[in-house]
Design a protein around this ligand. Structure first.
Ligand code: SF4
Length: 521
């Protein structure tokens, strides 16, 4: 039987969690299993392949990694995949590069294939091929010699979403094996649908603006969750859907299956707050599903900015709706956590409108989590588009038209950009590094430019808008999976009062146990 290995690991991004003190944020290695690696492995097994997944592969030392690979690679091994959710940085990027370089030297005939949603996340890894997008069919075609392969900056690139699209998809089941050593506290990945029905102007995902039925086969939802519960005791999941509540009928059918289970799961994912507010049944079915950890792309509290990006709900209605949702889920599920994601610097946003929104949030939603991102436009978007890459946002495509943006870019000199503008703490490293990142287009419009978004972000941190925030909805499991907290106690924590020492030691033990199991120690 043909054999392959898929390496998966998520690196936690401490800054995006709302804290800039690395020692007191989530562990660098995220305890999340690699959703992409296990999905691809499940698919390839249906095609007759023997596929093993190695989670947390960047937590393995050089010796441990080499020991694992030497014990697994055999004459039937055709490929080693690297599944990347977000790009690697710092010491983990170096470790990934070193491990892959060794792999190629040791096993030159084994193909190394990187996969991620976007080539930008993987192109700094030394691999033979790079698959971007939902990659099941792209990898399968590559291994069969039938993939469409193009050259992008010297990389052999498979644009799966364009040439071998795997969305929408009815079969979204993921199956785990004994050799995955799944634990009852694991928080696995679930897909209820693939692709998004909406088309927000800043959005860089490929599979957006889809029409028709994009939902999975819901009958298999019951069997998937029941199997994971009976075999491994798992009850918690992240939904990977771009928008979990994109249609009410999907939620009704999912709730119908979930209610038959012998347990009530803990679920979370990307949620459109405006739809949740305006559609009563969304709340009802999500609560029945045990879906109480919500990540909202609110983006802005400025009415006009919201309308421009396609999220134009009346802001007062939105604010009252958020308070009502919080009360509803606490009552119905006994748990609730939201993360509000805001974009700094949308067209028509002003410094005043940002701080007005943040004041409301601080006063009414302090225990809830908040994340902030400067409006990012990729400077390589036109180049990528000419190569057939579809993950280009509407803003990236049209900014030069001058409708919402000035049709020229700024320079550091023009705006006085200088690292000294930030206090000499983790804040300087984060904000200056973010401002100077290679792929960032230095855009401008009437009320903001790429530099001034960073100055506002500085002031938000310095004015303590992020202090005492609850743990991010996506990150709660990093506190429960190692057993340090349970679902109720983690909701009482904030970034300033959890037991960082115990969390780290529990997390290290969790990963060590996994490594020992994989290495047969
Ligand atoms: S931002 Fe979210 S809701 Fe909007 S198009 Fe992108 S995935 Fe869909």
């Amino acid at each position: 039987m043909e054999h392959g290995i898929i390496l998966g690991c998520l690196q936690a991004d401490s800054c995006s969690q709302g804290s800039l003190v690395p020692d007191r944020t989530c562990p660098d290695i995220n305890l999340k299993r690699s959703g992409g690696a296990h999905k691809i492995a499940t698919f390839m097994r249906t095609k007759g392949w023997d596929i093993e997944v190695l989670d947390y592969w960047l937590a393995f030392t050089t010796d441990e990694f080499e020991q694992f690979i030497k014990s697994r690679v055999n004459k039937d091994t055709k490929f080693i995949g690297v599944s990347v959710t977000f790009g690697y940085r710092g010491k983990y990027l170096k470790r990934a590069q070193d491990h892959l370089t060794w792999l190629k030297e040791e096993y030159p005939d084994v193909m190394i294939v990187a996969g991620s949603k976007s080539l930008i996340d993987t192109m700094n890894l030394p691999c033979d091929y790079y698959v971007a997008g939902y990659g099941e069919f792209g990898l399968y075609h590559l291994l069969n010699g039938t993939a469409v392969i193009s050259d992008f900056m010297g990389k052999k690139f498979i644009n799966a979403d364009k040439n071998h699209p795997c969305f929408p998809q009815k079969d979204l089941v993921v199956r785990y094996e004994d050799r995955d050593f799944i634990q009852p506290t694991d928080n696995l990945t679930l897909e209820l649908s693939r692709g998004c029905k909406f088309k927000c102007k800043f959005c860089q995902y490929n599979a957006i603006g889809l029409r028709g039925d994009i939902d999975r086969d819901m009958k298999s939802l019951y069997t998937e969750l029941k199997e994971n519960y009976e075999k491994w005791g798992v009850t918690s999941y992240h939904c990977a859907d771009e928008t979990v509540n994109d249609n009410t009928e999907k939620l009704r059918r999912a709730a119908e299956e979930i209610k038959k289970l012998p347990f009530k799961p803990n679920l979370g994912g990307f949620t459109r707050a405006d739809l949740l507010i305006s559609r009563e049944d969304d709340k009802k079915y999500l609560a029945e599903m045990g879906y109480w950890a919500h990540y909202y792309g609110i983006e802005t509290y400025n009415q006009k900015s919201g309308s421009v990006i396609g999220k134009g709900m009346d802001r007062d209605k939105m604010k009252q709706g958020l308070l009502d949702i919080r009360d509803y889920f606490w009552k119905e599920c006994g748990r609730y956590r939201s993360t509000t994601s805001l974009i700094i610097g949308l067209p028509y946003e002003t410094r005043e409108s940002i701080f007005e929104g943040l004041d409301w949030h601080k006063e009414n939603f302090l225990q809830e989590n908040l994340v902030l991102f400067p409006l990012f436009l990729n400077r390589f978007s036109k180049q990528l588009e000419s190569q057939g890459v579809t993950s280009i946002s509407e803003f990236e495509r049209t900014w030069e038209d001058g409708d919402h943006f000035h049709n020229h870019t700024i320079t550091d000199e023009e705006v006085g950009a200088n690292p000294e503008a930030f206090p000499d703490t983790g804040l300087r490293q984060y904000l200056w590094g973010n401002y100077k990142q290679n792929a960032a287009l230095p855009w401008s419009h009437d009320t903001f430019n790429w530099w001034t978004t960073h100055l506002v972000l500085r002031d938000i941190y310095l004015k303590d808008y992020m202090v005492n925030r609850g743990i991010m909805s996506w990150e709660l499991f990093n506190f429960t999976t190692p057993g340090t907290y349970d679902w109720d106690s983690v909701l009482q924590l904030n970034f300033d009062n959890y037991d960082a020492v115990k969390l780290k030691s529990d997390k290290d033990l969790f990963i060590q146990n996994y490594k020992n199991s994989k290495l047969n120690i």
